[in-house]
Design a protein around this ligand. Sequence first.
Ligand code: TLP
Length: 350
Amino acid sequence: MSAAPISDFRSDTVTKPTPAMRRAMAEAEVGDDVYGEDPTIARLEARTAELLGFPAALFVPTGSMGNQIALRVHARPGTEVIVEARSHVFHYEMGAMAALSGLLPRPVFGPGGRMPEAEAEAWVRPESVYYLPRTSLVCLENTHNFAGGTVLPRAAVEEVLALARRKGLAVHVDGARLWNAAAALRVSEASLVAGVDSVMVCFSKGLRAPVGSAVAGSEAFVAEARRARKLFGGGMRQAGVLAAAALVALEDERGRLAEDHARLARLARELAGVRGVSVDPESFPTNILIVDLDARVWGSANDALGKLRTRGILAGAAGPASVRLVTHADVGDADVDRCVAAFRESAGMS
Ligand code: TLP
């Protein structure tokens, strides 16, 4: 008996590497990257820097390490980092900025993951009072994961850059899914991050590589980032086998992201008609959907995930009464249909 099919909407990190990636991995030229001798990593770093419009980039094992390296390089211990209240760097990196670099997150809530410009002056600490902590950095997230894959358009980045220049702050972009933002807005990735001090991107989310992220910035930033990577235990050796997959990801997969976005838009529209589900289909422009659930129909988010799981749908919790669904290359139209049917059945509609 064959197992019941499973449609996995938990994250775009669950994809399997493509045959082209596996081939490139098998054939990759490698060397010891701690000695700077891995030619495939060097190619990936050069290509990433080029796509992002920066002088240099550094390959790192994970997005979390990339973010933490950037924060460490930009900010002195005891200073504050302004983050959006639902951001990954604040909620899902285990307090690493405090634990590893002595930094204090200053969370500010922004609609759709945007920084609230109107209150901007209030969240930067004044120099006039000597015993306040200093603000060192603003961290943006584009797309913003737990705001629902929302996109920060160039204007929103400009607002923060203007403030940062006025106040002498650095700006880091958590661009784990910058590729999705660029695809949704039909602009280049470089145009979204021009002028910021550093950006982290992931190859292992919508782009299907098995491992890997990068941080990009100036030559001086990347030289310091290389030191911080070693400090955090991220110096890798013949990791060209991983960089090879990431290079394929950059060339083959960015053009495909619009399909994930179109599937998610259909999922959002169809789920909007399900009992006890509250979702505004216009609010989810990329591949991440967050639906709020009426507890009277669904119970808790965990109850809802259990009901969906018994119908072959895997999703994740995004709060006590909301679930997150993510589209990616390994879910197709039939998975979307199955997901809608599972929601309807779970809500007692059919
Ligand atoms: N996000 C994962 C989980 O950690 C939540 C996911 O499934 O979405 N920045 C952003 C915006 C991210 O979404 C993630 C991963 C990271 C950083 C961290 O990347 P990794 O997992 O490579 O450390």
